[in-house]
Write a protein that binds this ligand. Structure first.
Ligand SMILES: [Ca+2]
Ligand SMILES: [Ca+2]
Length: 196
């Protein structure tokens, strides 16, 4: 995969095709070699207002809402409240909100003590704050504590009707369908156009 400016290569490709079509000095030349190179247009993977991170698109919503309303907002965007599967992703999602609290897609609404992600992914990572989750007054939804006021990206279960900002997460982004082929083109003169 290329790690540099894929748009530049794409533009080069289009310019090359245009040159073949209109450049009079290329009359009598023959298209000789075509190689292909496949790359990913990372900048085009996520739509406007979404950011890309490791195969998924994320959209932050800075206004606050209840957990259920937040999840419904994400569902309307064909997404879910975020599931977190690594500390790297945990830090990324919380950084979107500048360290403020925000909802995660994690809850034990259906079965007390059994936390599940709203997107149905495996509960294979957690980052609970000390003494959490404590189900204080029947807390069933999980938010981040951010990194302000001495917090360090931990999680806490809280009342689902609390109002928090949130992130929507959409994925798995089909990288394979976002590939484009570049044509590398060179020319050779035709036999009747040799220099004397
Ligand atoms: Ca609970
Ligand atoms: Ca709690």
């Amino acid at each position: 995969m290329l790690s540099v400016a894929p748009r530049a290569y794409f533009t080069l490709y289009l310019c090359a095709l245009q040159t073949i079509r209109v450049h009079p000095e290329l009359d009598g030349h023959t298209l000789d070699v075509v190689h292909s190179l496949t790359y990913v247009l990372i900048t085009d993977v996520c739509q406007d207002d979404w950011t890309y991170f490791k195969g998924y698109c994320y959209r932050k919503v800075s206004s606050c809402d209840s957990w259920n309303e937040s999840q419904q907002t994400c569902t309307a965007l064909e997404a879910n409240l975020p599931s977190i599967h690594s500390q790297e992703e945990n830090v990324y999602v919380q950084s979107l909100h500048g360290g403020e609290h925000s909802w995660l897609g994690l809850s034990d609404i259906k079965s007390e003590g059994t936390f599940v992600w709203s997107d149905g992914t495996l509960f294979d990572f957690h980052y609970w704050a000390k003494h959490q989750p404590n189900n204080f007054h029947n807390e069933d939804c999980v938010h981040t504590l951010g990194f302000l006021q001495d917090h360090t990206y931990e999680w806490n279960d809280i009342n689902c009707t609390d109002c928090h900002r949130f992130t929507c997460k959409r994925g798995n982004v089909p990288i394979a369908n976002k590939t484009t082929t570049i044509l590398w083109i060179s020319f050779r003169r035709s036999k009747q156009d040799k220099y004397n």
